[in-house]
Design a protein around this ligand. Structure first.
Ligand code: E4P
Length: 229
């Protein structure tokens, strides 16, 4: 599985790029808000300047399809490595599939996002152009947040994406390091991870006795600050 970095902090993105550890990047409006991105276009252009040769995903902001299309046209001009993120629906629950088809006809690479149902995966993959490289982002973590096991959803999504050339399945909203292993085992193409999860990847295989000791040491350090006698 390819590992992408999920976030909108420019320094983190550059560090991940330089580490050579990740194969691409994803962002979204919530991540940009969290990172304090004030000027979206300036931010995106800066990212493309610093990371010119790995896939980058930037999302449209509008809620109506006409404006979304205009934004998509603009995002497309940012760089050859840019995938336009289109949410599968707007906030009214209206399907983005007609817009996705339109943008596919133009040959634009898309990252169809906020997908949680198998029906949405099927409709998206059906709308994709096999001559274009695209990303299908299924939010495994948000499926898990509802108490459902995301594995059967991801397994079925792998099968559906395999029916269309260029449809790369991305495991979005990863919640823990083990998701990387689950995604890999299922044959998912990409998993996007927060910097916290990526940093844990560097500790893979650490002896459990050592982790046990580190845990007790952590408790001990915190006990000192509590001042209990
Ligand atoms: C990536 O493309 C997604 O936007 C991201 O992984 C979503 O993560 P979240 O569901 O934890 O917000």
């Amino acid at each position: 599985v390819k590992i992408y970095a999920d976030g909108a902090k420019l320094e983190d993105m550059i560090a991940a790029y330089k580490s050579g550890f990740v194969s691409g990047f994803t962002t979204n409006p919530s991540l940009m808000k969290k990172a304090g991105v004030a000027d979206y276009v300036a931010f995106a252009k800066k990212v493309v300047e610093k990371i010119p040769d790995l896939p980058l995903s930037f999302e449209v902001f509008a809620d109506d399809f006409e404006t979304m299309e205009k934004e998509a046209e603009k995002i497309h001009t940012f760089g050859k490595n840019v995938y336009i993120k289109i949410p599968i629906t707007n906030t009214k629950g209206e399907s983005s599939i007609p817009l996705i088809e339109k943008l596919q006809d133009k040959g634009y690479s898309l990252n169809v996002t906020a997908i949680l149902t198998i029906k949405q995966v099927e409709e998206t993959v059906a709308a994709l152009n096999p001559d274009v490289d695209n990303i299908v982002s299924v939010f495994a973590g948000r499926i898990a947040d509802t108490g459902r096991d995301p594995i059967p959803y991801m397994k079925q999504s792998v099968e559906i994406c395999r029916t269309k050339k260029g449809a790369n399945l991305l495991w979005a909203s990863s919640r823990e390091l083990f998701n990387v292993y689950e995604a890999d085992r299922l044959g998912v193409d990409i998993i996007t991870c927060t910097p916290e999860i990526i940093s844990k990847l560097k500790k893979v295989g650490k002896p459990l006795e050592q982790v046990s000791l580190d845990t007790v040491k952590g408790f001990n350090t915190d006990i000192q600050t509590l001042g209990y006698t």
